[in-house]
Ligand binder design. Structure first.
Ligand SMILES: C[S@@+](CC[C@H](N)C(=O)[O-])C[C@H]1O[C@@H](n2cnc3c(N)ncnc32)[C@H](O)[C@@H]1O
Length: 558
């Protein structure tokens, strides 16, 4: 990149803090060149750097345009910079006017201030200013611009997040955006609305993590955000990793030529990320590098697999009218109708097993009415059915789909129950009562040869809990929800002989009650299943447990 690098942020004691306040860490030349090579395409008419500093990215864009033989290059480069010195330097170095390199606060700028038309390429290295360094006024302006772009950021968000949001408003319909972001884009909660917006917004979006430290003296990892509005998006942000800037250059030039090949044709939908890529992305997004390595090691151990690989998961029985079908067994006896024991609420579980005694607790609506279509109905039952039809229960969606609305076909008892909505990651419960459940609980039917005790005790480990936190969804009020597909990805470490482990965890739970001895039971499962049984290192297990605690805290405290 041909740019005079004479202008560097001041580095004396006072300067160092001024540098930190403005987030003025300039982009190294090779990285700038790689970004410009990707973002500036042969059809790029106008380029913007919203926080242009010494102009290194704009100089790289100019060099790229020279390579592409773009005519009249000088008229196509635009920048904004809040610092007067840096701004003057860039105007002089690139021989551009104050209209094109504006000395201004980017958050006070709209398209009308910068030529009036959207940009084909937006490139930048926004300031990484910790939120507490920003003034209240600056924050209000920034938040208003993010909101105008449809992105609501909370007041813990750093300056770069607001820059991203506002920069999106400057990008043309088929333009490309490339921003250098800090590692917090992957794991900070405040970044989630942005990630969501990148995923659902028009275009293909991608985050690339650079393994090496790119900015001397800056600890943060570098993540490159790429948005290509000429390609169709997959609905979520793609993620990959490269080792260093050379790896990044290679990755970017591969995607430049891929983009170019497709460029003239109508955009093709990008293949959606497969399950492993998505899992890898979540791990990279939510775990620290040390936790992610522990996760890699533990999930690679013998005996560790996804719940979905050893079992079939189904939702519980959908009756369409629980008040009609789910009764106490006394009521059903009176009606002279068959029944099967049923669990209607995950709150009923107290330990690792659901037994016949649990099912037989009196006065609980824990029996599912099973009307035999061939049998004669008692008068009492006929009257119940008539009353339900008078209340139009037979016309409810699920009931109306049945040949005879009151005859349930699906009532299979599972091997284990899996609660899927709770404030702590769920644990599986062995079904010793041949009971079934309503769709408040998932049904787990094991593949032949899989031991239910091994699955139940494995579901208490930090590995299972962390995977539920990683793959599940956070609902209002701190509730964690696992849809079937997400539950299938819960990682379980299966022991060949789980008797000792399950006895230990059962004892802990019996001592304190499930609600109060959860942490102790989890610690016991971590030791007996992961460390003693599978050979995981205690340190790795501690990391998984800490990560699960942190994600749970984040989820429950917002
Ligand atoms: C990380 S540096 C990057 C500079 C240049 N784009 C590069 O890649 O080397 C961030 C720049 O943003 C500028 N800046 C900080 N707040 C700004 C604001 N509100 N509006 C415009 N520029 C701002 C800083 O002065 C600094 O020069």
């Amino acid at each position: 990149v041909k740019v005079s690098a004479t202008h560097q942020p001041r580095r004396n004691a006072a300067g160092a803090s001024a540098q930190r306040l403005r987030g003025a860490y300039y982009t190294p030349g090779p990285l700038a060149a790689a970004i410009a090579a990707w973002a500036v395409t042969p059809t790029a008419n106008r380029v913007l750097d919203p926080s242009c500093g010494n102009g290194i990215l704009l100089a790289a864009a100019r060099d790229r345009m020279e390579e592409l033989r773009t005519p009249d290059i000088a008229s196509r480069l635009y920048g904004v910079e809040i610092d007067t010195d840096a701004c003057r330097h860039t105007q002089a170095a690139l021989a551009l006017s104050a209209d094109q390199i504006r000395q201004a606060d980017f958050f006070a700028c709209s398209l009308a201030d910068i030529g009036g038309q959207p940009f084909d390429a937006v490139i930048g290295n926004p300031p990484y200013v910790r939120h507490h360094l920003q003034t209240a006024d600056a924050k209000l302006r920034a938040a208003a611009q993010a909101r105008a772009a449809g992105i609501e950021l909370n007041d813990r968000a750093d300056a770069w997040a607001y820059f991203c949001a506002h920069a999106l408003s400057f990008l043309a319909g088929r333009g490309r955006l490339a921003l250098i972001l800090p590692g917090s884009v992957l794991h900070a909660d405040y970044a989630l609305p942005l990630i969501h917006a990148f995923g659902v917004g028009s275009g293909h979006s991608e985050l690339i993590r650079v393994g090496e430290r790119v900015f001397p003296g800056v600890l943060e990892r570098t993540i490159l955000l790429l948005i290509d509005r000429s390609r169709e998006g997959a609905g979520e942000v793609a993620y990959r990793e490269v080792d260093d800037v050379t790896g990044l250059q290679r990755a970017l030039s591969a995607s430049t030529s891929a983009g170019r090949r497709k460029g003239r044709r109508p955009a093709e939908p990008a293949a959606s990320a497969d399950v492993n890529t998505r899992a890898k992305m979540r791990v990279a997004w939510h775990l620290t590098p040390a936790e992610a390595s522990a996760w890699e090691r533990v999930t690679a151990l013998d005996g560790v697999s996804c719940l979905g690989d050893v079992a079939r998961l189904r939702i519980g029985v959908v009756t369409g009218a629980n008040a009609f079908f789910v009764r106490t067994s006394d009521e059903l006896d009176r009606l002279g109708v068959d029944s099967v024991p049923l669990v209607a609420r995950s709150g009923w579980f107290t330990g690792l097993r659901w037994t016949e005694q649990d099912s037989a607790r009196p006065n609980r609506r824990s029996a599912l009415m099973l009307i035999d279509p061939g049998a004669e109905l008692s008068d009492a039952l006929t009257a119940e059915i008539a009353a339900a039809e008078a209340d139009k229960i037979d016309q409810r969606y699920h009931c109306s789909k049945r040949e005879r609305w009151y005859v349930l076909a699906d009532r299979d008892p599972p091997d284990l129950f899996l609660p899927y909505m709770s404030s702590t990651a769920p644990a599986a419960v062995i079904n010793e009562a041949e009971a079934t459940c309503t769709n408040a609980i998932h049904r787990v039917t094991l593949h032949p040869g899989i031991d239910p005790e091994a699955v139940a005790v494995a579901s208490w480990t930090s590995l299972a809990r962390l995977s539920a936190e990683l793959f599940g969804r956070s609902y209002g009020g701190g509730v964690l929800k696992l849809e079937l597909g997400e539950a299938a990805r819960v990682q379980i470490a299966l022991l060949d002989d789980a008797r000792h482990a399950i006895a230990e965890v059962s004892t802990v739970l019996a001592d304190g009650g499930r609600k109060y001895s959860g942490p102790a039971a989890r610690a016991s499962a971590d030791q007996t299943v992961l460390v003693d049984g599978c050979g995981a290192s205690p340190r790795d297990v501690r990391r998984l447990s800490q990560a699960a605690d942190r994600l749970e805290r984040k989820r429950t405290t917002g």
